[in-house]
Ligand binder design. Structure first.
Ligand SMILES: C[S@@+](CC[C@H](N)C(=O)[O-])C[C@H]1O[C@@H](n2cnc3c(N)ncnc32)[C@H](O)[C@@H]1O
Length: 295
């Protein structure tokens, strides 16, 4: 099994300054890449994920690696940070990590709808048990204005208008039910305009749909606010890795608004991956890490 390669791993471990017996929350457990390294350094980790597949995958990985004693998997959403802490953790917490977005296995999986090659699904929900809205519903029922807004504001897609029009025309003849069909519509629109791109032209639209389906901006705002009002987080370090300029803007504005009254910002500059890391892990290219300590 090829696991998701954790991004900015050394930088996160330095900021969290992991010590034996200290307690950490990994709010986006994924394949457990960051968590495993925290456990190896002697930390105790509560790992949250809203995707049951990833929670199970990370848990067996950690069990197989022999580090399960100090690991506590929790199925949930990091927006419920306060409730998760009050239910599970009674001691002071030293650090929290959010590594936003998707893990590589989610991105590639067939039947989840996140991939341009997925011929089975256009779902994109991280937790189908608790979420209703799917990308399929957005693509097949949203109005031109609604699609245009998502494409232009979140995807910052230059072909937002023709793409929204094309999708509405196509879905009239037959519903768009999978990632591969949607990706073809986007690629064809680029080809028709003679535009060539280095990365797949569907990338931005797929990311924007996933952000809307999973309410990623709202969740992040809610999480950041909840870090301010949870007593066991006093003095904890919070690290957030984002991959979309909209997410990074939310983190940056939050830090600006609450430093130095409620939090202490570690640095006004964001941390990005080194050339060495981007050369071996292309995922890290767009990663931006910001951190703060709760006063
Ligand atoms: C980029 S991956 C994390 C990878 C992980 N750091 C590793 O090294 O394997 C992001 C993970 O966060 C989860 N996730 C995204 N939004 C979430 C939320 N609001 N609450 C809980 N988990 C979430 C996704 O299901 C995914 O497994």
């Amino acid at each position: 099994m090829e696991y998701h390669v954790p991004v900015l791993l050394n930088e996160v471990l330095d900021l969290l300054s992991v010590k034996l017996g200290n307690i950490y929350i990994d709010g986006t457990l994924g394949n457990g890449g960051h968590t495993l390294e925290i456990l190896k350094k002697g930390g105790e980790v509560y790992g949250i994920d809203s995707d049951q597949n990833n929670l199970d995958l990370a848990t067996s990985r950690i069990v197989d690696s022999g580090y399960a004693v100090h690991f506590h998997p929790i199925k949930g959403n990091f927006t419920d940070l306060k409730q998760i802490i009050s239910k599970n953790i009674s001691s002071p917490i030293h650090g929290i990590l959010l590594d936003l977005g998707l893990s590589s296995n989610q991105q590639k999986a067939s039947g989840r709808g996140f991939s341009f090659n997925d011929e089975q699904s256009l779902d994109m929900r991280l937790d189908p048990a608790t979420q209703e809205l799917t990308a399929e519903k957005i693509i097949n029922t949203y109005s031109f204005e609604q699609l245009f807004n998502i494409f232009s504001k979140i995807a910052q897609e230059k072909l937002s208008k023709p793409l929204a029009q094309k999708i509405i025309t196509k879905r009239k003849s037959s519903p768009i039910k999978d990632g591969a069909t949607l990706a073809k519509i986007i690629r064809d629109a680029y080809l028709a305009k003679g535009i060539r791109t280095k990365i797949d032209p569907s990338t931005k639209i797929f990311m924007a749909l996933r952000i809307v389906v999973n309410q990623e901006f709202e969740n992040l705002k809610q999480f950041l606010d909840s870090t301010l009002h949870t007593p066991s987080l006093n003095n904890a370090t919070v690290c957030i890795i984002s991959f979309h300029s909209g997410e990074d803007r939310i983190v940056k504005q939050f830090i600006r608004e609450h430093h130095p009254s409620l939090i202490t910002s570690h640095s006004s500059k964001a941390i990005t991956a080194t050339h060495k890391e981007t050369a071996v892990n292309p995922l890290s290219r767009s990663a931006v890490l910001r951190s703060y300590r709760i006063n």
